[in-house]
Ligand binder design. Structure first.
Ligand SMILES: Nc1ncnc2c1ncn2[C@@H]1O[C@H](COP(=O)(O)OP(=O)(O)OP(=O)(O)O)[C@@H](O)[C@H]1O
Length: 861
């Protein structure tokens, strides 16, 4: 017998001796044949081909629509999308699709393909039409771009592993195309515009905030419109003096949820096509503000996103909600070489008209430190100006008024000027050149002197019972830190505003079943790992926990539905790692960090980090998953044994990055803005509230919410893999793939699936296919088992279990033997030729071991 599946099995549960290397080999063999999708049971592995393959778009959607479940249709993202949608329709249960993988692995493209599929096959109205329409639903589908034609010939139809015939023939019994016709979504007019923001100079006339009793109030800035050069820092008033911070006291409390005002739809007015349009068209907007060019990916999402689409009783999308996680705010102020800031800055500079640019003091990217520092301001084949038009259109679609758009772009312009502020001298650091402060304060509608003072003094509260307020003069580095904090906070709040507005526009008030799509950073392990990686890896631990839990539960459910006896499955439970990170008693790492951040007053960042290390060493001694090799005074690293491997974290700036309470003076300053959009919409904070507002605390809460949401849905998983680091089309680097196989925990997944049955199939398909081994095809499973065991004595009859609708086969070898038998029967001449060729080439294949050996074998097939 030779292995028909030597060209790679389409379900990794079937590989004979699972190891990370063997999984990578199998994926490589398939990849060489442009089979980028592979299953592990119902989990889909998607390799990034870095090339447009002719396997997506309306034609393919039609083919997968109403296709049967896993095992019957070849692995494909549309097969998974169909399965999720079908379960929503048939079972009335909410579904979620969890997409993970490292940067550039193809998560965002996968999410788009999913949304493309769901918007295409779901009805276009919420009244009862249930005939899906593969051509409809929006006008910005990510389609095959024509670089090779959509093919009609059989050889190019969606992937099916050549090792075995598709059970239902090419096209696997596709239904007729839906009758609803095409129809690009007609947009409902966006919510009506809000009143324009008050012009600077309107003056609420309140006194400046009492940062320090001895400090004189800042002088009132001079007038001067928004156009033209900004007012001088010490000039006379453009209007009001800044009011005191709300609530006084130390800036605490979690940042408020930004809830933009504006109209939202009542459920009676649900326009399904409009919702589909928002789902598809909000993408360029979210990418503009949340994506950036990195060395790994020209369009890298720098945030995690969970999009829930709500469906009506007749399964039409009637609403939606986006939750975001872990926006990489530091990118606003810092990017490494060859990377860019968020796309929106470059788009704005390329797309704004000259009049507006002059009014806001905007020139070119290289004039602004926040854009110029990395030496990279453009992306090959990307036209930022055109993208800006698309973004403005998307803003219109999601209901961001022209006036709000103007506010947003003006604040982005202010951020660029803020980045050009430089400091020198002794504390309080002196601003080297007033011009950027003047531009920034003018664009933000705040007093320039107050802004300057908010940057070179830090407002802190004493640890004493009296909580005395101090304004501590800052040295140039510290002032630069506050400057960057202002830029990041402004950006973060714009980001939140946009997300909140999209949510408001898509809001559906009734209860509805949902399909959620989670596109989130995968596990990260770099040469140097900081708080960002710690947080990302924590979220991934939580996701792994529910992944295993839900996979096991999924198995249990199937056994139950099929009437099989459940056997306990052993697997690594990563609860111990999750507890190490987020437990409150005994305290986990996050709790220790928060405690230190709450109690260190007026110490510099390095001292705070030192204290954190000291406390960590004492609080969590001898934990099997926490390694601290240096416990001496210079200790600055700890290692966590994650489910996916060990990661060492350097604690430098951990406390600084974790503490969101440091910037009360900045919030206070922004609340003095004469622009209502800034003072009220973006900064409605209640200062003085001492609740915890650390970064890790927020992550923990978001992760809890996310896990709660995901756990209430039937899960589907897409594990994306990047086959090479150079973005080269169809280049498979085994070592890179093997690394990701390990970090994605695929082996654990395979083990769980295999611990019961390696293969399962609907009884009728099973008999239809393997019955052909015999001259007289058996008509029942007991008959089949009897015949196959007599024909192949190496197969034992306890290999098979018949459930209510499916047949379960214990080991992959049994399937291989049956496939072998099937081929001998159906094509005896071809079988002999292949067997001969296989033997001749087997040695060659073995010699190639190391560089996915199967390649040689699969060329035979
Ligand atoms: N299925 C696919 N077909 C063709 N090209 C793809 C596919 N998937 C990904 N790519 C290519 O790879 C690039 C990176 O993919 P994508 O942006 O989806 O990665 P990601 O996992 O979301 O990365 P990040 O975490 O950095 O956002 C895409 O811009 C596209 O060029």
């Amino acid at each position: 017998m030779f292995r028909l599946f030597s060209s790679g099995v389409d379900d990794l549960v079937l590989i004979s001796s699972p190891s990370n290397g063997e999984v990578a080999n199998n994926l490589g063999a398939r990849f060489d044949r442009e089979l980028i999708y592979t299953n592990i049971g119902e989990v889909l592995i998607a390799l990034n081909p870095y090339k447009q393959l002719p396997i997506t778009g309306p034609e393919f959607i039609k083919m997968y629509q109403n296709s049967p479940g896993t095992g019957e249709a070849p692995p494909h993202i549309y097969a998974l999308a169909e399965r999720a949608f079908r379960r929503l329709v048939d079972d009335g249960e909410s579904q979620c699709v969890i997409i993970s993988g490292e940067s550039g692995a193809g998560k965002t493209v996968s999410a788009k393909l999913l949304l493309q599929y769901i918007t295409a096959v779901s009805p276009n109205n919420s009244y009862g039409a249930s005939v899906a329409n593969a051509n409809g639903g929006g006008n910005s589908l990510p389609q095959y771009d024509g670089s090779s034609e959509l093919v009609e010939d059989e050889d190019n139809l969606p992937q099916y592993d050549g090792g075995s015939d598709p059970p239902m023939g090419r096209g696997f019994g596709l239904p007729p195309i839906g009758a609803n016709g095409g129809g690009r979504g007609r947009a409902v007019p966006p919510p009506t515009n809000r009143a324009p923001p008050p012009q600077p100079g309107g003056g609420r006339g309140k006194p400046p905030p009492p940062v320090n009793n001895n400090r004189p109030p800042p002088s009132v800035p001079s007038g001067g419109g928004r156009g033209g050069p900004p007012p001088p820092v010490n000039g006379g008033g453009r209007g009001r003096a800044p009011p005191p911070p709300r609530g006084g006291g130390r800036g605490g409390g979690p940042p408020p949820k930004i809830v933009p005002s504006g109209s939202s739809r009542s459920n009676k007015q649900v326009d399904v096509e409009y919702i589909k349009k928002i789902i598809l068209e909000s993408n360029p907007l979210m990418e503009a503000i949340g994506n950036a060019k990195t060395v790994r990916n020209d369009n890298s999402s720098r945030f995690g996103k969970y999009l829930e689409i709500q469906f009506s009783d007749n399964n039409a999308p009637v609403g939606g909600q986006i939750s975001t996680f872990l926006l990489e705010k530091t990118r606003v102020t810092f990017q490494q070489k060859h990377e860019r800031n968020f796309h929106i800055f470059y788009q704005m500079l390329a797309g704004l008209d000259q009049g507006k640019k002059s009014e806001w003091g905007l020139t070119q990217a290289t004039d602004f430190y926040y854009l110029a520092q990395s030496g990279c301001t453009t992306i090959e084949d990307v036209n930022d100006g055109n993208d800006f038009m698309e973004v403005q259109q998307a803003m219109d679609t999601v209901g961001i008024s022209k006036s709000e758009q103007n506010d947003i772009f003006r604040i982005l312009a202010a951020i660029l000027h803020i980045g050009n502020i430089r400091f020198q001298g002794e504390p309080p650091a002196e601003i080297i050149d007033d011009t950027p402060v003047q531009w920034a304060s003018s664009l933000l509608g705040v007093d320039p002197q107050f802004l300057a003072q908010s940057l070179n003094h830090r407002q802190i509260q004493s640890g004493s019972v009296r909580h005395t307020q101090y304004a501590v003069p800052q040295n140039p580095d510290q002032a630069a830190g506050l400057r960057d904090a202002l830029a990041k906070t402004l950006y973060d709040r714009i980001f939140e505003f946009v997300v909140a507005r999209i949510n408001q526009t898509m809001q559906y008030f009734g209860s509805a079943k949902v399909i959620g799509v989670l596109d989130i950073y995968g596990f990260e392990s770099f040469d140097r790992n900081s708080l960002e990686q710690f947080n990302i890896n924590y979220v991934n631990e939580r996701l792994q926990q529910i992944f295993i839990d839900l996979t096991v539960r999924g198995e249990q459910r199937e056994y139950h539905e099929e009437g099989l006896k459940w056997k306990d499955i052993s697997f690594f439970d990563n609860k111990i790692v999750v507890d190490l990170i987020d437990a409150s008693k005994p305290p986990g790492i996050m709790r220790v960090l928060d405690d230190v951040c709450k109690t260190v007053h007026a110490v510099d960042s390095a001292t705070a980090d030192q204290k954190f290390m000291e406390k960590l060493i004492h609080a969590i001694p001898n934990h099997p998953h926490l390694l601290i090799s240096n416990t001496g005074s210079g200790a600055n690293e700890f290692t966590i044994k994650h489910y996916a491997g060990e990661v060492t974290y350097n604690v430098e700036e951990f406390c600084f990055k974790n503490n969101d309470n440091l910037y009360a003076s900045i919030v206070a300053c922004m609340q003095t803005s004469s622009y209502d959009f800034i003072s009220n919409t973006l900064f409605p904070d209640q200062l003085g509230n001492n609740t915890i507002s650390s970064c890790t605390y927020k992550i923990m809460n978001s992760a809890n919410e996310l896990v709660k949401k995901l756990s209430s849905c039937t899960p589907h998983y897409i594990r994306c893999i990047k086959p090479n680091d150079k973005k080269q089309p169809m280049n498979f680097v085994s070592s890179r793939v093997e690394y990701q196989v390990k970090y994605l925990g695929l082996l654990e997944n395979i083990k769980v699936k295999r611990s019961g049955y390696a293969y399962r199939q609907m009884t009728r398909y099973f008999l239809d296919r393997f019955g052909k081994i015999f001259d007289q095809p058996p008509r029942s499973i007991p008959e089949f088992v009897d015949q196959i065991c007599r024909k192949c004595p190496e197969i034992k009859n306890d290999e098979f279990e018949e459930g209510k609708s499916k047949v379960f086969v214990r080991s992959p070898e049994t399937i291989f033997i049956m496939e072998d038998q099937l081929m001998q029967k159906l094509d005896p001449i071809g079988y002999k030729e292949r067997a001969k060729l296989y033997k001749e080439n087997e040695k060659l294949a073995q010699a190639k071991a190391g560089k996915h050996a199967m390649k040689a074998k699969c060329t035979l097939m």
